[in-house]
Structure formats: C-alpha cells, structure tokens
Write a protein that binds this ligand. Structure first.
Ligand code: ADP
Length: 397
C-alpha cells in the first residue's frame, strides 16, 4: 500500500502541490501554478525529469490542477504508477469545530463555508482546491488539515478576549491561532532532537516567515499562541502589524476620516516591516540596516523586541521550559534575529552559543551550549510533510 499523499495548498490566485511520502517526508514531486485568472499565468513542476516551467493563461484552479496532472504524466513521476493514498488539503480556518484533520465530505464543505467570514481570503480558495480535487480525483479520499486545529487545545483563559461575552458566544470572537501544522511539526521535532517524548517537554516555538507567530506548547499541546481571531495579531510580520492598541482604528476613523476597509488593508498589507521600511522581505531589511538605514535599524529592533516579549510571557505561562525553537525563513536563517531576540536571558537558562548560531546549516540543530538549562534550537519547518502525515492518519484509522 502506498504512503504517498498529494498535498494541495490552494490560494486565491495560486495552487501549490507536493507529492510526499507521509512516512519518510521524501518529496517525489512538487509544483505550483500562480497568477490563476490573470492574462498570463505560470506553472512550475519539479519531478523526476527536473524542473519545468511554462507560462500560459490559467483561467481557473481546475485548469491549474489539470496542468499539474499533465506535468506529472509528462515529466514524472506518473500518478498512475504512484498509487496515491489520499489528497490532503491545507485549510486555514477550522474555527472551534475542527480540532483535528477531518475527511472531506459535503458536511465538511458546508462547515468550512460557514467559517468564510472568519477567513474571507483563505477559506474560499481552500474550498475551491477541495472541489477541484474531488472532481479530478473522484476515487481518492480527501482530507482537510486545518491551520487552527493544533491550537484548539488552548484553555479558555488563553483563548478568551475580555470583551462582551455575547461577542464570543454568538459570533465566535475568540483566539484561534494559525500556522498550527508548523507549530505541531516543529514542537514534535524539538522533542525528537532532545531525545525525549513530546509528552515530557515544554517548548516555545517561534515561526518567523512572511507571517510570524509564537506558541507555547506544553507536553505536545498548544496552550498559548500569538495569532488571534485572524492572523493579524501578535508578532511583527512582513506586511502585518501584529499587536497594536485596539483603539488605533477608531482614532484613525475619527481623526483621519479613514474607512474601516482602508485601515484593515493598511494593518494587513502595508504595516509590519513593509510599513516601517518600505520592504517586506527580511533580507532587504537586513541589507538596508547594514547600510546604515535608520528606519531598517528601528524595524529590526521592533521585530526582535516583540519576539523577546513573547518569549518572556510564554515562559511564564509554561512555568518550566525545555526549548525555544526558531523556524521558517527568518527563524531558520537569521542568526542576527535569534541573537538579538534572546541575548541577555542567561538568568532564565537561555543561552546562545555564538559559533553554533552563526554556523551555516540547513539541518535541525542546537545553537545553545550542550549543558544549557533551556535548549535553543533551529528546526526547518515542513508543513507539507505534517499535512501528509495527518492526512494518512485519517485515512488509515
Ligand atoms: P512563508 O511564510 O511565505 O512560508 P518563509 O518561511 O519562506 O515564508 O519566510 C520568508 C521570509 O524569510 C522572508 O522575509 C525572507 O526574507 C526571509 N528569509 C529567507 N532567507 C533568509 C535569510 N537568509 N536571512 C534572513 N531572512 C531570510
């Protein structure tokens, strides 16, 4: 029986896929279609025949997936020969309804549709990916894996906002948290790297990509996380503000006559590193900072200060801490961010070894001294593998 899962991550104008061996994490092929619906789209496939790229109009997600299936057949590996076990879909918002991956059926589609107001950009695109895959792979089981599910273990005092209770009771206003597949994967890997059972370790995970989030994971279960009702709250991100005084929108509406939509757009798309420096790519911010740009210097400091605050807060939540883990683009690659965020915390048992921190590596590794009380780890995230594993666990149970 094959352990291969076709993982699909459908965005509003893109569709990414990988064919992953759920047991080993080995990627047999991957690819993406982007600029779906625009006049010129791009399709990339990395398979047995190397990487191929085509530019053509890709009117719909269905065309994108058809293009991927053709690429599998012409550039390998052949899907017919691979005997896929299932299709696993990334779904951003599972609300309070989904605390685990779930088989796709009409009820699931209806429930994910009901959650669209909580993720108006993401859930419709994820649903489109599901519909298309059901049409093109009618004989394969399909599974939805939710970004929010891992954080459904948060206790009420962590997920409740101190707002009128009717908001939560009638409208679902609460903390949900996101990047759950990454936090889940990385916290398990942390335990493995320490040679311990996940049920024995307490970990702070810092996922620093374009979107950034922190989580406190106690004995394998998320107990606190920085993103909230939406992925806007928490750490400083590429284009998102993270935490701000909730009175700022009302102030801007009154004093600057801005509309709610303009403010929402500014906080999501024109804030964070982009708002502070004009650049949302962290490498550009580092380059500007190195050239003496004062705004980039400040942005770096704000970014790392925010991480430090969350580490302190989550340490207090967990009471005892075994590891702090950095992951995703910035977390895996920027020794400067890791050092600036954690330096000076030796009284908390958190120490970074400079040589280990600056050594170039793409492997999961420890960057604290071997005998430090808290291990500081860098662990490459692998959301596709985690989705494949969870998908297989649903179809094999
Ligand atoms: P996504 O959230 O889209 O999956 P990634 O995890 O790939 O994003 O992270 C993207 C971020 O990582 C970008 O801001 C990018 O600049 C940053 N990044 C990638 N490589 C490096 C590097 N070598 N040094 C610093 N930042 C990096």
């Amino acid at each position: 029986m094959s352990d291969h899962v076709l993982v699909i991550n459908a965005g509003s104008s893109s569709l990414k896929y990988s064919l992953v061996d759920a047991l080993t994490g080995e990627v047999a092929a991957s690819g993406l279609a982007e600029r779906i619906g625009e006049s010129q789209g791009r399709q990339v496939h990395r398979g047995t025949g190397g990487e191929t790229e085509t530019t053509r109009k890709i009117p719909t997600h269905e065309d994108a997936l058809r293009g991927a299936i053709e690429a599998f057949e012409s550039h390998g590996p052949s899907l017919a020969d691979t005997a896929i076990a299932a299709v696993g879909h990334r779904v951003v918002h599972g609300g309070s309804r989904f605390s685990a991956p779930a088989p796709v059926d009409d009820d699931l589609i209806a429930e994910v549709t009901d959650l669209v107001p909580l993720a108006p950009l993401h859930n419709p695109a994820n649903l489109e990916g599901i519909r298309v895959a059901r049409r093109l792979f009618p004989d394969l089981p399909q599974v939805a894996v939710f970004d929010t599910a891992f954080h459904q273990s948060l206790p009420p005092h962590a997920y409740t906002y101190a707002v009128p209770s009717a908001w939560s009771e009638e409208h679902g206003i609460r903390r949900y948290g996101f990047h759950g597949t990454s936090h889940s994967f990385v916290s398990q890997e942390a335990a493995r790297l320490l040679g311990r059972d996940p049920a024995e370790v307490n970990v702070i995970v810092l996922h620093l990509g374009n979107g950034c989030s922190a989580s406190a994971v106690r004995a394998g279960r998320s107990v606190e996380t920085s993103m909230g009702l939406t992925p806007l709250e928490g750490l400083v991100m590429g284009t998102r503000s993270g935490d701000v005084d909730p009175a700022i929108p009302a102030y801007l509406m009154r004093e600057l006559d801005m509309s709610m939509d303009d403010i929402d757009r500014a906080l999501n798309s024109a804030s964070g590193l982009k708002g502070l420096t004009g650049e949302n790519d962290f490498r550009e911010v580092l380059r500007l900072r190195a050239s003496g740009d004062a705004r980039a210097g400040l942005a770096f400091d704000v970014y790392c200060h925010r991480i430090r605050k969350y580490v302190g807060a989550y340490y207090a939540v967990l009471e005892t801490l075994d590891a702090v883990v950095f992951t995703a683009g910035v977390g895996e690659h920027s020794a400067e961010v890791r050092a600036a965020s954690l330096n000076g915390l030796q009284r908390l048992g958190i120490i970074i070894d400079d040589d280990r921190n600056t050594a170039q590596s793409t492997q999961a590794r420890r960057i604290s001294p071997d005998d430090s009380e808290v291990a500081v780890l860098v662990i490459p995230t692998n959301e596709e593998w985690q989705i494949a594993r969870e998908t297989l666990s649903v179809v094999r149970r």
